[in-house]
Design a binder for this molecule. Structure first.
Ligand SMILES: Nc1ncnc2c1ncn2[C@@H]1O[C@H](COP(=O)(O)OP(=O)(O)OP(=O)(O)O)[C@@H](O)[C@H]1O
Ligand SMILES: [Mg+2]
Length: 508
């Protein structure tokens, strides 16, 4: 069997490795925008091949798949989905595990995902407004933020998935800072309008969403379009530095387990989250009339207003979240891919080890704000030493050059994973491996020691307990998902009804 994959991050290294472990012993072929040394090695070892190519170019990707006569293609990152790579492959008769462009809209357009949730009445939704220009956004924020109180505390986002850039959460609760906060919102709206100029594939430019608060987690799933199978929950840690400070990154590390839930998310919350993702997949299929076959994920937050709530959807696995689940997966990954392609997923029993996992990313200084500074540093990894610590190692943003030299490529350089019976133990195992990764020109690296530590876990549990108490209270009083605004001289007003009204007018 021959399988071709796309992408070049640690997530794709882990996907290639999961394929290599299969009883089908596939030959692995790969296309990457840069040369991930780990994937390169797997291709060589399995008798496959590796080529550098633009992974969003559907024609080129299809030509490689034809040239290599692969049985199917699996897609790692989201951009090939947005660029209709799965559609082109299928048009040429090459099966593809990956979301076609229309269904990948649930990730590509954060605005469309929200509209879908409201249109189909799917739980875990937030109040939102979309805009086509900064001026439009700003005038609404200015005009209504006294009356619609949810417009005071908001997340300002690019309406499209824009590679983890541009989301700002602004709380405007102190009257004496109101003007400054409004100025900041308007400045950021301008920035978003400029940033979105590089994307012509979507009409909405700016998304303003009510601000919520609570612990975040990712629920990744397999789907063949008919049934959806959830994987163990993972929590990713976005901030660059210890205890959630610093810029947001693509993810500095993630934890899972033991088993399907996390220490701060209950079984019931897992089930509720799975229902939400399931309904969203059904809704997008219904809306666009196409089947979803591949991986899908809900990036969730437990909130006081709704309980499990969607922050955004992924039309693929997360990075680093993919490492946590693929390393506890007991079922043959190739069998899962084949079941997805054949529409037989409901018949396959997918099992995971009841273990805890911790992944930590190591990045060169400069990432994420100044990636140029983080680029082109020669890398050395003592892989034997990492193995001796009982951990696993994945290449990320690293480029293998002619002659075999490996250089940093500006983003998260490597990810290290440990599996244990407790998250805290796995975290310590990874920490012991950190000195085994070095830049030979002595440029600095950083990572987060706190991920999976008892201190951070207890912080997450405290937040989850508080949020849970509030949303359960609301549920008991039949107030879940309900919001009330108070208008001076007018009285109570229901922003949910207002939004519904607006959306139905739009649909007319
Ligand atoms: N409505 C909201 N209320 C509060 N916080 C939010 C809200 N929306 C987003 N955030 C915060 O901002 C982060 C990034 O938002 P989101 O996931 O939508 O954007 P992103 O650019 O796709 O980020 P990434 O690609 O890094 O996941 C979230 O993980 C969450 O912490
Ligand atoms: Mg996100």
């Amino acid at each position: 069997m021959k399988i071709m994959g796309l992408g070049n991050a640690s997530r794709e290294h882990a996907i290639a490795e999961a394929l290599e472990r299969s009883e089908h012993h596939p030959r692995i072929f790969w296309l990457g925008d840069i040369g991930n040394p780990g994937i390169f090695e797997i291709c060589k070892r399995t008798g496959g091949d590796f080529a550098l190519s633009k992974t969003t170019d559907s024609e080129k990707v299809s030509e490689y798949a034809k040239r290599w006569h692969v049985d199917f293609v699996i897609i790692g990152p989201e951009e090939p989905n947005f660029h209709a790579v799965p559609d082109e492959l299928e048009r040429r008769g090459i099966p593809c595990v990956g979301a076609s462009r229309d269904v990948a809209m649930i990730e590509m357009s954060k605005a469309e995902m929200r509209r879908l949730q409201w249109e189909y009445g799917i739980r875990g939704k937030l109040l939102f407004k979309t805009f086509r220009s900064a001026q439009e956004a700003y005038s609404v924020l200015e005009r209504y933020s006294d009356t619609l109180t949810w417009l005071q505390n908001v997340a300002l986002k690019p309406a499209r998935q824009a590679g983890g850039k541009g989301v700002k959460v602004v709380e405007d609760q102190q009257l004496y800072l109101h003007d400054e906060k409004q100025r900041f919102k308007s400045k950021h709206a301008d920035w978003l309008e400029g940033y979105m100029k590089s994307y012509s594939d979507i009409d909405d430019k700016i998304l303003v969403e009510e601000k919520v608060w609570g612990p975040e987690y990712t629920l990744q799933c397999f789907t063949d379009g008919r049934c959806i199978k959830g994987m163990p929950l993972v929590q990713d840690n976005k901030h660059a530095h210890e205890f959630d400070i610093g810029t947001e990154t693509g993810g500095m590390g993630s934890i899972s387990g033991p088993g399907f839930t996390l220490p701060f998310i209950t079984k019931e919350e897992y089930e509720e989250s799975l229902k939400i993702v399931d309904f969203l997949v059904r809704a997008i299929q219904d809306k666009v009339g196409k089947s979803y076959h591949g991986m899908v994920a809900g990036q969730m937050m437990l909130t006081e207003i709704e309980g499990p709530t969607i922050i955004e959807m992924y039309s693929r696995l997360g990075d680093p979240e993919a490492l946590n689940v693929l390393n506890t997966l007991k079922t043959d990954f190739v069998d899962i891919c084949l079941a997805i392609l054949d529409g037989n997923l409901s018949k396959l029993n997918i099992e995971f080890d009841e273990k805890a996992t911790v992944v930590k990313a190591i990045a060169p200084k400069g990432y994420p704000d100044n990636r140029e500074m983080a680029k082109d540093h020669p890398v050395f990894v003592d892989r034997q030493a990492i193995k001796r610590e009982g951990c696993k190692f994945y290449w990320g943003s690293a480029d293998i050059r002619e002659g075999g030299e490996i250089k940093s490529a500006g983003s998260r350089l490597v990810e290290i994973l440990a599996i244990s019976d407790e998250i805290e133990k796995a975290s310590k195992m990874v920490d012991r491996c950190i000195p085994h990764v070095k830049l030979l020109d002595s440029w600095g690296l950083f990572y987060r020691s706190d991920i999976g530590s008892p201190e951070l876990l207890s912080k997450r549990m405290d937040v989850a307990d508080r949020v849970r108490m509030l949303y359960q209270y609301r549920r008991d009083k039949d107030m879940l998902g309900k919001r009330v605004d108070w208008l001076p001289k007018v009285g109570k007003m229901d922003p949910v009804a207002l939004l519904r009204d607006e959306l139905s007018k739009r649909g007319e």
